[in-house]
Design a binder for this molecule. Structure first.
Ligand code: APR
Ligand code: PHB
Length: 395
């Protein structure tokens, strides 16, 4: 087999890239090690920036997103028992975020991929990359017990944080910047109508909590726990007790409770690999960087990366220029680091750190009090939250 671009991973990064390339007349093969159902059912993030929504619409894959996505023009920051509204749209000249599960994005993109008739292999075993610093890099894998090889012009490593692309780069050719946080999030999906139309980020003396949703019938909630917390230690009743303690405000607002459909604990880290390229292999999305989920940036950063990468491949095939490919890593990393800064700031401001002093606690409360009292501070949060401007034209 031959492909202009071999894409490893059918998450948001790989699928968006595949479709952007299709629209530009560039052929690709997508190779994914999990099954189609697994990729679609996996519960992940759910906040799309304005630019990500615009991208989906302009790519022609936004119809269901426009119908079913929940547009939010604001959010709440809650502390000391009070919720404070931040009007994202008013502070950013009309921008908003849209709540639409990552798994819904992935489902729409898989449907679009299949409709193009271009190849996507699920359940590919032992995926590996070869000769990535040569003009003819290769992807090898096994499908239904048969060995397959794809000779490519380029490889896009869109295989997430635990993928094989980044580790295939020789040590010394890539530098890692990393921070682990001394906590994780316990998250649930509950059969309960959201009791607020907008997200509520809570700073509580027992730790962070977040109220979110997936649909008019499904609530998504999180709270801060120790990083290696065993979900087996938490009965459904204990989870609800803790959610309600942290989230209930003095005016009596609290999440509606209901049957817990899914629960799990996720660790939190900040991670950047530089540069996002080795030879003819380009890393995009979680394969190159991870942000803690507090800023809701992971999926949106993946979308921004592949927009740049698709333009760069188009410039190569249409104008025989490697200029944008050569700039790919630098262009993406400027945005990645700003998202890292914002995600770190949201995380530090809203979580309790083990070993912190009473001074730290008071200072953090003052930070939040300053935020909700200053239009400048709220504007800074709002413009980062709805998403900084994209670096290249949408499609
Ligand atoms: N071979 C093939 N595919 C692989 C391999 C491998 N060795 N390892 C991982 N994959 C697949 C995963 O199964 C997954 O479907 O690569 C895909 C990577 O997708 P994501 O982890 O979703 O990463 P990405 O597409 O970069 O999306 C960015 O935003 O909300 C955040 O962290 C969240 O998933 C997220 C992301
Ligand atoms: C979610 O709905 O899953 C979600 C929302 C906001 C975040 C993180 C996760 O910051």
């Amino acid at each position: 087999m031959h492909a202009q671009v071999g894409i490893i991973g059918a998450g948001p990064a790989g699928l968006l890239l595949g479709h952007l390339l299709h629209l530009k007349g560039i052929d690709s093969v997508i190779v994914e090690n999990r099954s189609q159902d697994y990729v679609i059912d996996r519960v992940r993030a759910g906040v799309l920036e304005q630019g990500t929504v615009d991208l989906m619409i302009q790519m022609g894959v936004g119809a269901r997103l426009q119908r079913e996505g929940l547009r939010h023009e604001g959010l709440y920051i809650s502390f000391s028992g009070r919720r404070h509204h931040i009007d994202l749209a008013e502070l950013t000249g009309g921008k908003a975020i849209t709540v639409y599960g990552q798994n819904e994005v992935v489902k729409d993109l898989i449907d679009a991929r299949i409709a193009t008739g271009r190849p996507v292999y699920f359940e590919a075993a032992n995926v590996s990359v070869h000769d990535i610093d040569s003009p003819r890099p290769k992807i090898r894998f096994q499908k239904d017990g048969r060995n397959q090889e794809i000779a490519c012009d380029f490889i896009a490593g869109c295989d997430g944080f635990h993928g094989i692309c980044r580790p295939s780069i020789p040590e010394g050719s890539i530098k890692i910047y990393e921070r682990e946080y001394p906590f994780g999030w316990l998250g649930i999906l509950a059969e309960a109508a959201p009791s607020s139309e907008e997200l509520v980020y809570t700073y509580h003396e027992r730790g962070f909590a977040l109220f979110s949703m997936r649909s008019p019938k499904i609530t998504r909630l999180y709270f801060q726990v120790p990083p290696a917390e065993d979900i087996g230690n938490w009965s459904d009743d204990a989870i609800w007790d803790e959610m309600l303690i942290r989230m209930t405000t003095r005016d009596g607002w609290k999440p509606n409770t209901g049957r817990i459909l899914q629960k799990g604990v996720t660790p939190m880290r900040s991670f950047v690999a530089e540069p996002m390229r080795y030879g003819r292999m380009f890393l995009a999305g979680d394969a190159a960087h991870i942000v803690p989920p507090t800023g809701a940036k992971g999926l949106n950063l993946a979308a921004a990366d592949v927009m740049v990468l698709a333009q760069a491949f188009a410039r190569f095939y249409q104008q025989n220029s490697t200029q944008l490919l050569d700039q790919y890593s630098d262009i993406c990393l400027r945005r990645v680091w700003k998202a890292q800064r914002f995600s770190w700031w949201m995380t530090s401001t809203l979580h309790r750190f083990p070993g912190e002093t009473e001074f730290d606690y008071r200072r953090q409360l003052a930070d939040l009090d300053y935020l909700i009292g200053s239009r400048a501070a709220m504007t800074s949060l709002a413009e980062n939250y709805v998403g900084l401007p994209m670096d290249v034209p949408l499609v």
